[in-house]
Ligand binder design. Structure first.
Ligand code: COA
Ligand code: MG
Length: 293
């Protein structure tokens, strides 16, 4: 299932958990990390576990949990508390590379076995660019890893780790290093054959800015985006849903190939089409939920 939108909900906020109940996000990320103060974490763990247990039907929406980084004592406590609730997956912040995914996978193996859950059921999405070291390890995702379902990236913690004053230039655009992180995330996800998910847009009252950023992300190859505010979700869905015009065009491309079985290249309205065009058209139809056969 392609997750177009993943909405962060602070794990210690009953009010926000209640508000998220009716939100159309494809996934919620119940947060135990940066949006929860350290002294609230034990309370948040209990609340998140309760929420997962009370929402066992995940047909219409997945429930993920962002735990604390693996190099903290909190990480294991987070896992021990929430895996009982069989989350669809764990969002792992500040990962250094695929070795962290393999290590988290072992922890999950043990917990799933202990709890009698399906082995391998809990997936993992790392926030893959939050440490300087991680940037040199992005190629490590190419071979994939058990449980790895997607990659996302972050520009805030990376800036802090780099000692930056800001991650933006005076003109207000992301500085080169963070665009590099974004591109590495995109390429690493494609190399691993998994979803690339664009980072948060923090200026949550700026709907037009979000829409432009989400569209640019889809154009580049991302298939979804993180959200931090309920009102961002519909904007993200719009941006990641192919337009009627794109769907029509994709159907014509698929039909042109179907009319010439076995052909590697076909002509359509005076244009040459080959395999990459077919794959692109099929991807658009898959995103739009249209069957192409
Ligand atoms: N999930 C669920 N509900 C949310 C929400 C979220 N991420 N963000 C806001 N809401 C709720 C508010 O509680 C409020 O509900 P209410 O009317 O019942 O009080 C409503 O949506 C409108 O919120 P608004 O007043 O516009 O924003 P705010 O000032 O209350 O909150 C933030 C702004 C940024 C603090 C909030 O959006 C938030 O906590 N976002 C998530 C932050 C996070 O998880 N960060 C970690 C990843 S970077
Ligand atoms: Mg963070």
């Amino acid at each position: 299932m392609i997750l177009r939108s993943l909405l962060f909900v602070p794990g210690d906020s009953e009010r926000k958990l209640a508000k998220a109940e009716t939100n159309p996000a494809d996934a919620l990320i119940l947060d135990l990390e940066d949006s929860v103060a350290a002294e609230r974490r034990p309370f948040a763990r209990g609340l998140v576990k309760e929420y997962l247990l009370a929402h066992r039907d995940r047909t219409h929406r997945q429930l993920w949990v962002r735990i604390n980084p693996l190099n903290t004592n909190d990480a294991l406590q987070d896992l021990a508390a929430v895996v009982d609730g069989a989350p669809d997956g764990i969002v792992l912040p500040k990962t250094d590379g695929v070795a962290d995914i393999i290590r988290l996978g072992y922890y999950l193996d043990a917990l799933e076995a202990r709890l009698g859950l399906a082995l391998g059921g809990v997936k993992i999405i790392p926030v893959a660019t939050e440490t300087p070291r991680a940037l040199f390890q992005m190629g490590s995702y190419a071979d994939g890893a058990p449980r790895l379902a997607g990659l996302t990236w972050g520009a805030e913690d990376l800036a802090t780790a780099l000692g930056a004053v800001s991650n933006r230039t005076e003109a207000g655009v992301l500085e080169h290093t963070y665009l590099l992180a974004r591109s590495l995330c995109l390429a690493a996800a494609a190399a691993a054959g998994i979803q690339a998910i664009d980072t948060v847009f923090t200026d949550f009252r700026n709907a037009a800015g979000l829409e432009a950023e989400a569209r640019a992300a889809r154009t580049a190859g991302f298939s979804g985006k993180l959200a931090i505010h309920p009102e961002q979700v519909e904007i993200i869905h719009r941006a990641f849903t192919p337009s009627a015009k794109e769907i029509e065009e994709a159907k014509r491309v698929v039909a042109a190939f179907a009319a010439h079985p076995g052909a590697g290249t076909v002509g359509l309205e005076g244009r040459m089409l080959d395999r990459p065009h077919l794959l692109q058209a099929q991807k658009i139809l898959a995103l739009a939920g249209v069957k192409d056969t």
